[in-house]
Write a protein that binds this ligand. Structure first.
Ligand code: OGA
Ligand code: NI
Length: 346
């Protein structure tokens, strides 16, 4: 097999000194590292969740609301997910991507409708330029429907990932209550508007890249789901757009990076922002990130809360099913930067 015939970037990375042409971006669509303000530029807010259940709950809720409205991205500390579980996930991901190629390829599929699969780039069936990323994608809620499809190697994978997913879900539900309150709604409003709920997870693996200035790990996109909780290792790479400038979100141990997804922007009638973000790669070190994508169930009908879409502020999105949205995202995906615009009224 020639180097460029490798399916996964993990196996290609060590064999090439130049970036294969299928990864090279057009000249006006490259990371442009010198224009990224790191890390002295803008700092996304870090919110301490310790007081979410104390006397200063209203203050924490207000901080969350402001971050959702102004930034679309914030970090949380004292979030309740044990540090050992977070470190365990990163270790498992590292071990998974170090398994022999033949072992990893057992999970490979390029069909986005599969509920457990290893793939590469974003959507190899529809995209024009490839991305320097491999990813293992899992569905994880309801857990019992999916856990038996997950990899059995490394041997503790199912047990540890199940524990992690369960704890991250608890955190997510707390955040959804706080976000509902920050919109002036009863605390169960968001949880009650997304059908039976869904939870997906990706284990993203970005190998060292011979020419990181010519490509992306993931190009600019917004997340199609409701809300994302990202765990990352100690290697920088994530950037988010703020005031039309890319800012790095460099790793802070034991925090989650939270970002608002398209469904939250739709429910809030554009008050809360699903913000463009991207992952860049580097020539030195592999990077691992593990986003949890919390989402509506496929049959859920989504549209702006009627309390937020009154006579004055008309609903800016039509009603749609999450399955329609999700299909559109994976087909148009990262080519159309704003999938949500396709669902706007008018
Ligand atoms: C994603 C994503 C960022 C990262 O998977 O949707 O934005 O840092 N990942 O890997
Ligand atoms: Ni994303």
């Amino acid at each position: 097999m020639s180097a460029t015939a490798k399916l996964l970037v993990a196996d290609l990375a060590s064999t090439v000194h130049q970036l294969p042409s299928r990864f090279v971006r057009p000249i006006d669509d490259r990371p442009n590292f010198s224009h990224v303000r790191t890390p002295t530029g803008y700092s996304f807010p870090v919110i301490d969740l310790h007081n979410l259940h104390g006397l200063s709950r209203a203050d924490v809720v207000a901080q969350i609301g402001q971050a959702c409205e102004r930034d679309g991205f914030f970090l949380v500390k004292n979030h309740g997910v044990p540090e050992e579980l977070m470190n365990g996930m990163l270790r498992l991901a590292r071990e998974f991507f170090r398994l022999p190629e033949s072992e990893r390829l057992k999970s490979y599929s390029d069909d986005p409708t599969k509920t457990t699969r290893l793939s590469t780039s974003f959507n190899v069936k529809t995209e024009k330029v490839a991305n320097w990323r491999d990813f293992l994608r899992l569905h994880c809620y309801p857990l019992e429907l999916y856990v038996n499809e997950w990899p059995e190697n490394p041997p503790s994978f199912r047990k540890e990932v199940a524990e992690y997913c369960t704890r991250v879900r608890e955190l997510t539900l707390k955040l959804l209550e706080a976000i509902s309150e920050s919109l002036g709604l009863p605390k169960d409003s968001i949880a009650n508007s997304i059908g039976g709920h869904g939870q997906h997870m990706a284990l993203n693996y970005y190998p060292p890249c011979p020419q990181p200035e010519l490509t992306y790990g993931l190009p600019g996109h917004t997340d199609p789901n409701l809300i994302t909780l990202l765990l990352q290792d100690q290697v920088p790479g994530l950037q988010a757009l703020h005031d039309n400038t890319w800012f790095a979100l460099d790793p802070i141990p034991n925090t989650f990076i939270i970002n608002i997804g398209d469904q939250m922007q739709a429910l809030s009638n554009d008050r809360y922002k699903s913000v463009l973000h991207r992952a860049v790669v580097n020539s030195e070190t592999e990077r691992i990130s593990i986003p949890t994508f919390y989402c509506p169930s496929q049959d859920a009908m989504i549209g702006p809360f009627k309390e937020l879409a009154d006579v004055k502020n008309r609903a800016v999105y039509r009603q749609f099913s999450y399955s329609e949205y999700y299909k559109t995202f994976w087909n148009e995906g990262l080519a159309t930067k704003r999938c949500l615009d396709l669902f706007r009224v008018e």
